[in-house]
Design a binder for this molecule. Sequence first.
Ligand code: ZN
Length: 434
Amino acid sequence: MVARRLTLLLLAAITLAGTAGAGAQTTGAVSQPGRAVSAAPDGSRSALPAVVAAAHLSVDGPRTRLTFDLTRPVEMRAFALADPYRVIIDLDEVNFHIAPPAGERRGLVKTFRFGLFAPGKSRIVVELTGPAVVERALTIEGGEGRPPRLHLDLVRTDADGFRRALAERAVSNIARRGDRETLGPRLSPRPEEDSGPPVVVIDPGHGGIDPGATAPSTGDEEKMIVLDFAKVLRDKLAAGGRYRVVMTRDRDIFIPLADRVRVAREARAQLFISVHADSISGANENARGVTVYTLSDRASDADSERLAERENKADAIAGLDLSDEPSEIADILIDLTRRETRIYSANFARTLAGEMRQVTRMHRLPLRSAGFQVLRAHDIPSVLVELGFVTSRRDVEMLTSAIWRDRTADSVAKAVDQFFAARNGRAVAPGARR
Ligand code: ZN
């Protein structure tokens, strides 16, 4: 199933890349005549991103057109995906000066989201109300008072038509894997093994195109809440040079789940802390407080299982459907390492919950487990902290407060100190971080 979807995705990508490239109106990042283009010292064009200034949606019978006004044309390509039906538009990095659509749902467009996807690349994900083919996807130059625009024309079809459209135009499927190689943040050269302070990786969840949970009361987004927290924690851990701290992201950018794990492995992390904020509706909508999760094959409870499913969807939300399932490894040494790693992870989770409960509100069941993709490094003790619930007005107040952030990051740093002190058979220096 995964392989078939991958193939469809590749076919679609090639098909539509072709469409975008073939139109006479299509323009690349070429300067327009008569328009000033600043040049960088090396003679290349200015790196200032174009701006998306407005979005329009119009419906004409079976045809739905989504238009974005630009300050200059950009390189783009579009491709469709199924399960759920959606169209991905990848383009040069742009700044989106538009508000997220408030319940668009017109014609074939259910809604769309947008954001930075990787360095130099932005992405728009258009969720569809049903199967559709991309009739046109291109950017056109402005003129006569019209700004340059990006057009996406969609026409309704059925599931068979959707599959046929992909298959008909298929020529070859050259893997787009090259793209993925550039997604992760670059790491500074690694120090020699066992030299220097232990490496702690902080992983602020979601980012860029995937905002994570959004507070219904204030609109605060998980991706920013956890990034703010992670930066404070980074500074506390890095102060004094006791740890080398690596962040999987330090700005509002999308990072695939597998790349987050890869960053930790390449940095030879000795501890991985993923930071998230939860949301919940229905019977438990009054839930509040911190929960610390570790990896398990079987979730500790139904809510944890649903949460892991949600968190694991990050790649799909961003339109990326290529997650590498970790291959089943039979090697007994790896198995032993995994068992040991899980014990360390559980120890750290307990220490962490113990420190955090001194300064902030905890969930009724603060220590839980489930199958989080991002905790899957077999040799790195890893935990995922849900700092609170954005569905709780009082939690949001806390989560966005600088005082709370400082106090809570302090408690996490203390837990990290204890973890490494225990690992290295040392007691924590009295007075440290008190
Ligand atoms: Zn999350």
